[in-house]
Design a binder for this molecule. Structure first.
Ligand SMILES: [Ca+2]
Ligand SMILES: [Ca+2]
Length: 199
């Protein structure tokens, strides 16, 4: 039975079914903490069927991690966290987190690539982000996702992975303030719909 289920999941998953929907690449802000403890990536099942994530791989081109058993229903999201215990301390225990083995895909604070592979090695999604995404070149202010509390969120889940379709999160659910300008800061929306999501 396990064999049949595995084959079915291999057949059913296709590029676009499972998307990288949110990236916390620089939590080194005034309120969250170290990269090694608080980086995370959210995946969303945008396809028509429940997906088994076991054996899928996330890579930044250097480090690779392999996702453990996790059944992700259509429309649902799951988080891969650099450190699941630290993640739970920050966000609570209610956010679905998948276990993984291997090396955390350390996400550069300047820009990096995040590549998601199926268990059969097919590229399902790939994002090459930059810390310029969400920055304001005119004022020179850096992006809210660049160590100021926000994550980077995908706007249209079926849209392109470029700076027109990724923005800093705007959900000011966190009751803390940026010491630079006093604004409330956001830690993103792990496990739930993105604050800037369009479809
Ligand atoms: Ca980082
Ligand atoms: Ca989200």
């Amino acid at each position: 039975m396990f064999f049949i289920t595995s084959i079915l999941s291999l057949v059913l998953v296709a590029p676009g079914d499972l998307v990288i929907s949110e990236i916390m690449y620089n939590p080194d802000g005034p309120t969250l903490g170290d990269d090694d403890c608080f980086e995370w990536v959210e995946l969303c099942n945008a396809g028509p069927s429940t997906l088994e994530l076991e054996g899928m791989m996330l890579s930044d081109g250097n480090n690779q991690l392999f996702i453990g058993p996790f059944n992700l229903e259509t429309g649902s999201r799951v988080v891969l966290a650099a450190d699941s215990e630290d993640f739970a301390l920050a966000y609570g225990d209610d956010v679905p987190v998948a276990e993984w083995e291997g090396d955390w895909t350390k996400l550069s604070n300047d820009g990096d690539q995040v590549i998601l592979y199926s268990s059969s090695g097919e590229v399902l999604d790939a994002v090459t982000y930059s810390d310029t995404w969400g920055a304001d070149p005119e004022s020179g202010s850096r992006s809210d996702a660049d160590g100021r509390g926000s994550s980077l969120e995908k706007v249209a889940l079926t849209g392109p992975n470029d700076e027109t379709n990724w923005r800093p999160s705007e959900d000011y659910g966190c009751p803390r303030n940026d010491p630079e300008d006093g604004r409330p800061v956001c830690w993103g929306t792990p496990g739930v719909r993105n604050s800037v999501e369009a479809d």
